[in-house]
Design a protein around this ligand. Structure first.
Ligand code: BDP
Length: 650
């Protein structure tokens, strides 16, 4: 079935379609079913099947009711001979059930006789907005903030409600609305003047089962409370946070908690006062504990002033070195938030060894939906493919990360890719990344292909040619980007600060600790037991695998090893020839995407066809730039030409 006449990019995956239905329904709801669930069900069915779907005297019904036997946020859908039943374990469960029903009907997977049950893998599925009070968005590629303007909260309630619906439809239940780099003006969100507006926002999200969190400034007691210090062990500091927290909970009784970036990238924190991370986190945790709140404490802490001449320090080791010795010292309501990779949201990294290493401390996995290092929502990059790998990455001989989700890791968080662009995400196909994050946080066992298929069908309809070609483009997009980017996990060959476009030596002689150390014969940092010892932070089973060039996953070779360009890969190619080949192939892949996209012209909505095509053309330019800059960089270093005689610039 093709695209509905009413298609609007703004609707994202909650798109109208004109599917046929066998017979009409009436809607039955018990009194405890929340209004939004009822409204979403009513409107959602109309969106898929037209308003004729509802008739008062219909023989069959759609029944919504609460069944407290089910997991709190879980649901059960039954398509029986009398109609459809949506049971939810709670009010939120019902809402998720309704969205689950609409999804199943939208992708054509809910025939009579079907029973489907679902419940989220983790308790907290969190979106982190990196929105600044001035209305810009850090690492945002889809316009300005939908929350802030001119140093204060300033939002359109309709737009926020629509965002809440999108998030609820994929199971998100917490949102931190401001950037982790808290400025003095966003620190002021905690003041008595600002709180009513924050509470207004919480009121909009609440019916959709979404609780608000705030990123807070470590030095708030000084900035807002007039104290001389923010030392977490100072009684006046703790008293200030206690009182402030009480004030927040008076305005927002279901406030989720505080998100903290401390001691990182020039931000203050307990370490700068001679205290531990646990000292800092626990003080805040005690303040929110009486109200059922939590502290999301980020572990992205490293020395961002490392000199390139210093070859002893190895940035990926930093978080584990700092936090592992403090395992067991954190309060129960502290959740340590760890980025998926030990470096920083690169195209290819191993998982952080800290994930799963803290046996007595709660952890959150942090992913990045906004495409900071992955193409700025100009280049197409289906993150579901990468995240599936993250969840499948081993933790030890018997477990992969996925097995820890819902156990040691009880929270999955991600940095949003949304701004005030009409289509939310700049690149319309980048809507898929927000969708995929929610779906994976709910169920990390879904595959990238399943989720991509769902997203395509919900957004553009179920016509086989569209589904097939778009699936091909989207499933190949991550691989294509990786091919023309920095090779084999070396990362970072990007323009400094911007993080878009190639600059092989951009970060090489700067104080950010991310060095490839390429010379004319070899490239990479030896992070094995023989080198910086980073591999020893992993379970011994993995240490052994990563330590050896032969067993190290090839796509991560240059993350862990220093190798000569003449090193022969499993393909029989030298490292250098592999770099040349992949960079030519990456560009060809983008050309193929453009050709495929062209063939869908008549089957896709005009505006989306044109805007995506423009971005694909820009991506092609970008890919060519990467190919030429990277290939030339290595050619100049090595003086070795391409075996296939293709053009490499001098
Ligand atoms: C880096 C970003 C920077 C963030 C930082 C973080 O470049 O904008 O503030 O991560 O996660 O990747 O704190």
């Amino acid at each position: 079935m093709g695209i509905g006449q009413e298609y609007r990019e703004y609707n994202a995956w909650l798109q109208p379609h004109s599917y046929r239905f066998k017979e009409p329904f009436r809607l039955n709801t018990s009194p405890e079913v929340p209004m939004v669930a009822r409204d979403e069900c009513k409107a959602g069915m109309e969106r898929l099947f037209g308003s004729g779907i509802w008739q008062e005297d219909a023989k069959k019904s759609v029944t919504l009711h609460i069944n407290s036997q089910l997991p709190a946020e879980g649901y059960r859908l039954t398509n029986g001979s009398n109609g459809i039943a949506v049971e939810g374990g709670s009010q939120n469960g019902i809402l998720y059930g309704v969205f689950g029903l609409l999804r199943a009907l939208g992708i054509g997977q809910f025939d009579e006789g079907t029973v489907a049950e679902s419940a989220p893998a983790v308790e907290r599925r969190v979106i982190n907005q990196w929105d600044r009070a001035d209305g810009t968005v850090e690492r945002g590629y889809a316009g300005n903030s939908i929350f802030f303007k001119d140093d204060r909260l300033d939002f359109n309630p309709e737009r926020i409600r629509d965002y809440a619906r999108l998030l609820a439809s994929i199971g998100i239940n917490v949102i931190a609305i401001n950037n982790v780099n808290v400025t003095e003006s966003s620190a002021r969100l905690l003041t008595a003047e600002a709180l009513p507006k924050v509470a207004e926002l919480a009121d909009i999200f609440r019916p959709y089962g979404i609780r608000l969190a705030l990123s807070v400034h470590f030095e708030s007691p000084v900035l807002l409370g007039g104290l001389q210090t923010s030392d977490p062990l100072d009684k006046r500091v703790a008293a200030w946070w206690n009182a402030k927290t009480q004030e927040i909970y008076q305005a927002i009784p279901d406030f989720s908690g505080y998100l903290m970036k401390a001691d990182s990238e020039f931000r203050g924190g307990p370490a700068s006062l001679g205290r531990t991370q646990a000292d800092g986190a626990n003080m805040l945790a005690r303040a929110v504990a009486p109200f059922g709140g939590v502290v999301y404490w980020r572990c992205f802490i490293y020395n961002c002033m490392q000199d390139w001449r210093d070859t002893d320090t190895d940035r990926p080791k930093a978080a584990y070195d700092l936090f592992k010795p403090q395992d067991g010292l954190f309060e129960k309501n502290v959740i340590l938030q760890v980025k998926n990779g030990p470096s920083d949201f690169q195209v290819r990294e191993p998982n952080s060894p800290l994930l799963g290493a803290m046996k007595h401390t709660r952890e959150a996995l942090e992913l990045q939906i906004t495409q900071e290092y992955t193409g700025h929502q100009i280049d197409l990059y289906n993150l579901a493919v990468q995240w599936e790998e993250v969840f499948s990455f081993p933790v030890n001989r018997n477990q992969v990360l996925r097995d820890l989700i819902g156990n040691e890791i009880d929270t999955v968080a991600a940095v949003s890719n949304v701004g005030d662009d009409e289509n939310w995400t700049g690149h319309t196909l980048a809507q898929a990344n927000l969708y995929s994050f929610g779906r994976l946080a709910w169920n990390p066992r879904l595959t990238a292909r399943e989720i991509t298929d769902e997203w395509i069908k919900l957004t553009f309809g179920t016509e086989p040619e569209v589904v097939e070609k778009l699936t091909d483009i989207m499933m190949s997009s991550r691989g294509a980007y990786e091919k023309y980017n920095a090779p084999l996990g070396i990362g970072w060959m990007v323009n400094i600060n911007l993080h878009y476009g190639p600059s092989p030596d951009g970060y090489e002689f700067m104080k950010w600790g991310t060095y490839h150390r390429a010379n004319r014969v070899a490239i990479g940092v030896d992070r094995t037991s023989r080198g910086t010892g980073f591999t020893k932070q992993y379970d011994p089973y993995l240490t052994e695998i990563f330590d050896s060039r032969e067993t190290c996953p090839e796509e991560l070779l240059l993350y862990f090893h220093r190798l000569p360009y003449t090193y022969v890969l499993k393909s029989g190619k030298t490292l250098l020839q592999h770099i040349y080949d992949t960079h030519f192939e990456g560009v060809q892949e983008v050309e193929r995407f453009i050709a495929l996209w062209e063939t869908l012209k008549a089957k896709l909505p005009g505006t989306t066809f044109v805007s995506v095509k423009q971005r694909l053309l820009k991506q092609l330019e970008n890919a060519e730039e990467w190919r030429d800059v990277i290939n030339t960089f290595f050619y100049r270093l090595t003086g070795t030409t391409d075996e296939k005689g293709r053009k490499i610039y001098e």
